[in-house]
Design a protein around this ligand. Structure first.
Ligand code: ATR
Length: 280
């Protein structure tokens, strides 16, 4: 598939898009591997998504990533998508097939799981109990990944309970819905706490959650990467919990996408993480 004389192209569509770290990361890999290519941000309003996707082939793109707010609506415009995208209900990676058709999948779940394995190589998620805060698109992808890894229970807490109920009915009995008011006590006896809400982002309030009931041995995972250390992670670290932020998840969802588009598998490295951290 790979020919060195080709100029390889891919990009990320979203609205807004200028803060995306994906171009920096993908272009780092082109440079590192001495491959001619470019990965570009493509500002795309939801109303323009269909035409933007259609234009990928004529522009010579191998594919693209999709980010907020396009991941869910993209299912309507993709020719073919896999079971994973169907179950998660969102596409984050589109590949232009040789015959021009668009193939969609979702690697957010894999990014989440592989980042956890990268940072905690001895962790075995089988039979572990997880507390998940939030029930949006990311939470759905993460539930898919955690269930695949064999966790015994996912306690799900969301400000809007109905959304947590939908997740629970879609993913089955290992998901247990708690009231938003029960969020603090629901952390009791948990092995992994995950924040999938936007609370704690640079522009948002901190997540309103007390860690008092959380065992000290639990890992705390905040999928936010800007800031790299949210107030939740800071507090968790100060009480002795191990922590992980969303940066390595971002890299790990990009690895299979790059490999699918260009036929070569890039690696995560401390140097790449350093470059990304510096740009935040
Ligand atoms: P993503 O695709 O990143 O998951 P999303 O689908 O918009 O984004 O989901 C955002 C999540 O953050 C939701 O769980 C949302 O809760 P609601 O379902 O009640 O909207 C959660 N969230 C957003 N603002 C919040 C706040 N102020 N307090 C608690 N949760 C919040």
């Amino acid at each position: 598939m790979f020919k060195s004389k080709n100029f390889l192209k891919a990009g990320v569509m979203g609205f807004p898009i200028k803060h995306s770290l994906s171009p920096l990361m993908h272009n780092y890999w082109f440079k590192e591997k001495n491959i001619n290519g470019s990965y570009v941000p493509i500002l795309t309003k939801p109303a323009d998504l269909e035409i933007a996707l259609e234009s990928l082939q004529s522009l010579g793109f191998s594919g693209c990533n999709l980010t907020i707010p396009l991941k869910e609506i993209a299912l309507k415009f993709i020719d073919e998508f896999d079971e994973v995208a169907k179950i998660i209900g969102a596409v984050n990676c589109v590949t232009v097939k040789p015959n021009g058709t668009l193939y969609g999948t979702n690697y957010d779940w894999l990014g989440f799981i592989n980042a956890l394995k990268y940072e905690f190589p001895n962790l075995n998620l089988e039979k572990k109990k997880v507390s998940l805060i939030g029930a949006g698109g990311s939470s759905r992808a993460i539930c898919f990944g955690l269930l695949k890894e064999g966790v015994s229970q996912i306690r799900i807490v969301n400000r809007t309970r109905e959304k947590a109920e939908i997740l629970s009915s879609d993913f089955g009995p290992r998901l247990k819905v708690f009231e938003w008011e029960q969020r603090n006590s629901s952390l009791d006896n948990t092995d992994l706490l995950v924040n999938t809400t936007n609370q704690g982002m640079e522009t948002e309030n901190k997540l309103d959650l007390s860690l008092e009931a959380l065992p000290k041995k639990a890992i705390v995972y905040d999928i936010i990467y800007n800031p790299l250390e949210t107030p939740l992670l800071k507090e968790a670290k100060s009480r002795g919990n191990k922590t992980i932020n969303g940066l390595s998840m971002l890299v790990h969802q990009a690895i299979p996408a790059w490999s699918q588009w260009f036929g070569k598998t890039p690696e995560i490295s401390e140097d790449l993480l350093k470059v990304l951290r510096k740009s935040i």
